[in-house]
Design a protein around this ligand. Sequence first.
Ligand SMILES: Cc1cc2nc3c(=O)[nH]c(=O)nc-3n(C[C@H](O)[C@H](O)[C@H](O)COP(=O)(O)OP(=O)(O)OC[C@H]3O[C@@H](n4cnc5c(N)ncnc54)[C@H](O)[C@@H]3O)c2cc1C
Length: 329
Amino acid sequence: MIKDFEYYLPKATEQALTLFSKNSAYKAGGIDLLDLLKENIVSYDSIINLSGIDSLDFIDTEIDLKIGAGVSIQKIADSQPIQKYCPALSESASEIATPHIRNIATLGGNLCQKPRCWYFRSKDFDCSRKGGKVCFAIDGENKYHSIYGNQDGCAFVNPSGMATVLTALNARLQILTKKEIKTINLRDFYYLPAEKLTCEHKLNDGEILLSVTVEKENLLRKNYYCKIKEKQSSDWPIAEICIIGGINSLGNFENVSIVLGSAAPIPWRMIKEEKKLEGLQATTKYIGNVVESSFSDANPLRDNAYKVKLFRTLLYRGLCSIAGLESER
Ligand SMILES: Cc1cc2nc3c(=O)[nH]c(=O)nc-3n(C[C@H](O)[C@H](O)[C@H](O)COP(=O)(O)OP(=O)(O)OC[C@H]3O[C@@H](n4cnc5c(N)ncnc54)[C@H](O)[C@@H]3O)c2cc1C
């Protein structure tokens, strides 16, 4: 049984902000929020539905790419400018869940959804993420859990496919607070368990995610996205990668940004590999060398060492694609 709650449908973000009180939650598409309510993992005194706020539903490509937090995942997948300038973003959107879910789920909700770890989602496990003492995934069923960032008491993976691509694109978030509109870089938005164990991101209570901006300069770089699923029809990723980057006139890698999804509790940047690639000649030999030396710092759990192999293949294929080379793997 879901606990009774007050329900509000404001027409403007300022009104939503005012309606928010001590134990309230915002709802966008409700795909994640309603699941959590039905499972009694969360309960609230009031729910404020943001889906009646038109100002959150826009895609603007005039200067940079700016997407309102209320835009549906399907709209992102279908947007022609996004398909043209950033196929990685539209591919990632079109790979999320099912058509029905994509039509309802929003960008804001996708970025702010809670962990999909089965221990977190079950009332039977008082896990560390819910304030308990133990992460049951560390020694339990951890086939789908993290290989990075899992040594500080929680091993879930960040569930957002949009976050993987938008982190690689170095996107910025515009957030409405009671005092101002502030900007946070998506790369700084999520907490690792070591920083905060029971909270995923840096939105404070009541703050509203308004929009996400990607600078045109980043959109114009080459991009690669791939999601590996256990089944071909709609499924969560078991490994996901986005690479944004360029090749300079000498044929060397330049400004490469690599982000893994389903690898860690945050979109996982491969900063060491990015540095190794800077100025490196883009040949299959050099790419192979970088890939061979990667993932030595990963910490796979009992059931998920297979992810390291998958990620190595994705990294190799992605870098070859950015370099315009045929992948041999
Ligand atoms: C079967 C299934 C398969 C899925 N597969 C994938 C997948 O492959 N990849 C993937 O990325 N996702 C996947 N998802 C997750 C799905 O994409 C998310 O649940 C959905 O995007 C959430 O969006 P929503 O608008 O429904 O959010 P809601 O459920 O409404 O909200 C989620 C959270 O975000 C907060 N929130 C929402 N909007 C705002 C805002 N503007 N400001 C402040 N806070 C806000 C809410 O308060 C809530 O905490 C899957 C889900 C299901 C059920």
